[in-house]
Write a protein of this length. Sequence first.
Length: 806
Amino acid sequence: MLAPLLVQVGIYCLFPLLLTFERHPQTRRVSLYIYVSLVLIMGGFLGAVYSVLLPGDISLSGGTIAYGGFMMACIMMAFIENDPFILQNIMRLVVMVSIFKELLFASVAETLNAPEVLNPLNVPAGLFEVSLPLIVLGALLIIAELYFLVFVFDRLKRILTNHFLFSLAFSLGFVCVILMDGVLFPVLAMGVSSEVFGLIIGNLSGKAIIAATFGSYLFLFMLTNKSRMEKALNDPLLDWRMLLSSSANIVRKLEQNEQQLLQARTVVEHSREGMAVLDSEFQVVSTNPALEHLFAATRAGGLIHKPLFDLFSTPVSLPEVRTKLLESKSWSAEVTWNIGNKQHFGLLTLVTVVDRYQQASNYTASLTDISELVDVREELRHMAHHDVLTGLPNRRALQRLLAESTQNEPSDFRQAALLLIDLDNFKQVNDSLGHFKGDKLLMQVGRRLSQVLPAGARLFRIGGDEFSVYCEDISNVGEALQLANAMRLQVSYPSDIDSSVPIYVDCCIGISLFPTFAGTLTELYQQADTALYWAKGIGKGTVKAYQESMTETRRSSLTLESMLREAIDNRQLDVHLQPKVNLVSGEVEGAEVLARWTTADNERIAPDVFIPLAEQAGLMSRLTHCILVKACDAFTRISPFVPESFRLAVNISAGELADENLLKSLRRVLTEFDLAADRFEIELTETALIDVDINTLVSLKEAGFTLALDDFGTGYSSLSYLNRLPIDTLKIDRSFIANVPEDGSSSNLTRSIISIARDMNCQVVAEGVENSEQHAFLEKENCELAQGYLYSKPLPLTEFVEFVKT
């Protein structure tokens, strides 16, 4: 009976195989649905009609053979169509066929039992008597087994990538499902008993033969249909929630997905970014037009199936890319490629495409052409390290050069010199000729310095009117000084930036050498800056090489400046008062307020040290305010002991006169101490008055202050200019008084100053009177007031009060 079995198995295998060659998908699907429906209807009937006896007392019912053919056909159908949702349609067919078979068989059995029905073949009615529970159970098992096989297929895709091993594993799974059906159906239908187990064991051999037969055929089918299998293997994993949904939900979901895919396809197709889908080996699977355009039209057709990274000239480490994609699901880098003779720059981004189980399925690549952005970036980088006006490298470029040189090995260090150049009188050029002419001068200076630049040296513009030269292979200070003097000479030549008159500027230069002075290149800049500071302190047009003592002096200056700031903020400065004595009556009619500073270490700092330091550090405004507060406090203490006409004289610098808030500040302090402005005299130098706005002096006069011109005769202002100023007092400088009356020239000059003061209706005060002969001379020449060591040195407040009393 082996031959009839093989014929039936062959029919079950051949018919679905023939249907796979049908090219029209709709016809193929309908034919397969009809086929599995017929097998399902006939299976139960054939099981009741016959069984095939095999050697070893093995029997196979027609229903068992049909069941194996049905299961194999359903799986083949799912593979052929590459559509797991076909199982939903088969599930419906199983339900509908089961209902149809139940109704039909019940009707036929009833008909055969009727006496008026002819039955010439004597077909027994029991042949068509079926149990509804068994039909339902059989249908449910078929549905569960089919879903289980799809589940096995879905999971094996994640584990096995080899086609042969996958086909073998799934075929074995198919065999196991057929065998399990032979166990589950009797147990579920009849329960657990010895008779049932005997029945299972008796039928298991037949089930095994059918399972092995159809499983082997399924294995051969999967091996020979490699392209279809690979397509199924590369598809995403199943969404089981969707698979178990209703048809309406599936259709709606599919329509939504289709719409989203259409939208995404439209975006990709019209995107200006190049896009591609890559396989697991980074080979191009598909591209959009923009990517083809980026690599030129002649290469468009050649992108598919090419390794993506072979398209770029930028070397890329594939292991690093894989590691990055594994860690963060994305990777990006700048890449370059060449089209003809032109190099293009792009930003390439790879993103891992994962399924719902977070497993990588493939990759997407996006490429943005950033060639223009790179050009702009390079231009910005150039601008960041170059001066816009002169085109020279700027301070940042110098710092970068020094930093990069510092990173070199000590053996790579060479002799180097750094020159810092600061223009003299540049502010006057800007103020008098305007910034446009000032810019022309800076460009001209840059060109001139470049003309004497040694080979390998680099010129920088590091500030407003500051330049720098970094030069290697200078072996000694003499060479550096020679270069600096050559540059100073170039700068000092007359400039033709103004057609009406030649413009002359000079410069100061500070020099430091590595490693002669500086141990590091960072110190090189600091030392050159210190040398420049000293050069500017000496005077215009000075070149100075660094010496170690400069740093100590400057460090001391910075320390002293810090201490001065603290002393001003904490009002730790004191005032001493030097009396102004009436030469006729001997009465004290006023006093000059003089600042004194004693540090916490009880060290006395001379005014000619800390006052210039305050001017240089921008502390004069705060220092003046501190002294004024101290002066007002002193006045309130001495007021009971001095006459009504007594005035305190306070010195105001040129910088303070230029401050538009000076008068407000003075009034605020006077109000704090409830003092009137007419009890104070403001002393100003001739130098301070040269650039002063006369309206400022008028405002001070109108406020009640008396104005005194200090150190008269030492300045360069004309008498006609001074005559226009609202001055109340002229103070004769001590340099004139020192040699009277012995020196005739000094005596004549002093007489002239006293005469000028009378003509200007000004009171006269002589400074530096130290002996009685000077006193007598001044009294004879009708000088009203005098101050000096003949009468008293500057006194602390308590001593001044005692002096006034006596």
